[in-house]
Ligand binder design. Structure first.
Ligand SMILES: Cc1cc2nc3c(=O)[nH]c(=O)nc-3n(C[C@H](O)[C@H](O)[C@H](O)COP(=O)(O)O)c2cc1C
Length: 184
């Protein structure tokens, strides 16, 4: 296998994409993020990174809470919209006909129309350079019941997508193998 060195940019590697809610009440806003990842099991922690130029930055700083919302492939346009317009100029909830749904722990609203939501409380922030990384403890998770099997997300129905080098890539929803299959 011959490998070539790429530049140090990370945008060409697969990233999950999500729409994050920040802010409370009338000032609540939505922002699309690709820099989202699981970083700890116990307690459950997810890291997100936001550039301080974003309108959403002030809101997460103010309230210390956020909600990770995953749209389905059918809601890709909503995701792109939230990543290409600023809450300084438009009310993304109204423009996209999205509904604020109260979670069970945090005050930041969830997106009712998106089937998967994770409520998070910021436990740490780290200034890394272009982005500030927020470590959010996941305090509640929600899924449309039709995507759940045995009290867990049904992997073949988690119909989200990755963001790779400027492209939204659909993930094939087919289980190839299960954890530990290499030990059999
Ligand atoms: C697919 C996608 C992924 C993005 N990922 C991030 C990210 O991880 N961090 C970030 O600060 N901005 C990211 N952005 C840019 C913001 O979503 C965009 O600047 C947005 O308009 C900011 O909204 P706001 O000003 O209302 O906060 C992404 C945009 C898209 C389309």
């Amino acid at each position: 296998m011959k490998k070539i060195s790429l530049n140090t940019g990370i945008t060409t590697f697969p990233m999950p994409a999500a729409v994050i809610s920040v802010g409370i009440g009338e000032e609540a806003n939505l922002i699309t993020l690709a820099y989202v990842g699981k970083v700890c099991l116990k307690p459950p922690i997810i890291a997100i990174s936001i550039n301080p130029k974003r309108y959403s930055y002030g809101l997460i700083e103010k309230h210390g809470e956020f909600v990770i919302n995953y749209p389905t492939k059918d809601q890709l346009k909503e995701m792109d919209y939230c990543g290409t317009r600023s809450g300084r100029d438009v009310n993304k909830w109204n423009e996209l006909n999205l509904t604020k749904e109260q979670g069970v722990v945090v005050k930041v609203p969830m997106v009712k129309e998106f089937p998967w939501n994770m409520e998070c409380k910021v436990i740490k922030r780290v200034e890394l350079g272009s982005h500030v990384c927020y470590f959010g403890e996941v305090v509640a998770t929600h899924s449309d019941e039709k995507f759940v099997i045995n009290n867990r997300l049904d992997p073949e129905k988690f119909n989200c997508f990755a963001y790779i080098n400027g492209n939204y890539i659909g993930l094939e929803n087919r289980v190839l193998e299960t954890h530990g299959f290499s030990m059999k």
